[in-house]
Design a protein around this ligand. Sequence first.
Ligand code: AMP
Ligand code: GLY
Length: 433
Amino acid sequence: MSLSILVLGSGGREHALVWTLSRSPGVSRLSCAPGNPGIGRLARCLPVPVSERLTLVELAEKEHIDLTVVGPEVPLAEGIVDLFQERGLAIFGPTKGAAELEWSKAFAKGFMVRHGVPTAGFAAFDAPRRKEAEKYIEDCPLPVVLKADGLAAGKGVVICREREEAARTLAEMFGGSAFGDAGTSVVIEEFLTGEEASVFAVTDGTRFATLASAQDHKRALDGDLGKNTGGMGAYAPTPFVPDDLLWRVEQEIIAPVIRGMAAEGRPYRGCLYAGLMITEAGPKVIEFNCRFGDPETQVVLPLFPGDLAQLLCESAAGSLSDKTLASARTKVKGTAACIVLASAGYPDSYPTGIPIHGLESLEGRHGVVAFHAGTALRGEQLVTAGGRVLGVTAVTGGDLAETLREAYGAVERIAFDGMQYRRDIGQKALRVS
Ligand code: AMP
Ligand code: GLY
């Protein structure tokens, strides 16, 4: 086999995808559009943004790409998979119709009710029913969670502890301005308590394999304080999803979703990401994403025991084989941890173009890789180019405590002005294990 694979995207997730694919024996050529300087060391970077679907499909044809792998959600929600499939090109990810599980929270909630998938209790209101929504929050239990429908880049969820805040947030969401297009419909949801975990399932529309469970750290500051971010670090596997619980997640959540999507005429192929709350009553879905999560991918893929290229190709073709499923389901050995190094000010506005020092000292350091999330080259100098700059990942055959020591040891060698990171990644897991 000699596969030519194109990855779409430019962040830490895409670097981890490229890094893991580069270890698949069947891959002879890796390209990435648009990629980043870290990816550029493993793949040919092509300067086409993910929004240029027509250019990308032509590129894939011209370059004889065997498989295109989509990183981020926006091109999926815009139908890039449908476009590639119309041209007869293999692409990993769900169609626009299947990706609605992520791009419409109202659709996802209704779907979960139709198929008996455990999730927080809720009510959904579109703009004409705004008055009913206002009435609803006058006497619902607090805290209450308000979610603007649509993709809002992680900003569409507000947990309201007071009624006045709930009323104000509802008005803002219906007003639309603060939440963009995302505000035409609002989901009002029961507040769940427990530990959060992420489970990825790769599916061909019928069969699936779940990968190592992971835990993200969404808040900016230690102790889960500060603002919501894209994710400040992750580790895998998580002790909050032991084997028997993962089995429940597969039976109660992943399998019914895949069956339900097929039954509703929108078969789901690609990575189904279940964002879970592990409650006292069992696992419940907080959200679905239609792609690999970031930064979780940076810890899940380095632990992946099988051949990733083979898995993604078979998923795209709609025919996962017994052999591929068996190797993907092999029990993970060891642990992985990723510490995100972010720019000063993130998740609000932040400067860019700041020189990054010390990365070369990690070269050759066994079991450590710095995935690039927001970097650029200015001449020879690597500089910051985003809010999340690097995901410093360690993988060891040992336990999480050892892996975290490795990861933080590597972080200490890297510096840029204003660099911020959480010092408590994985601490909750250490307390229970
Ligand atoms: P989302 O954008 O859907 O991932 O939500 C962002 C964060 O809000 C989640 O990671 C949770 O921490 C929190 N969250 C969302 N929905 C709920 C809920 N029903 N109960 C408690 N926390 C929630
Ligand atoms: N880790 C959160 C996300 O990818 O949406």
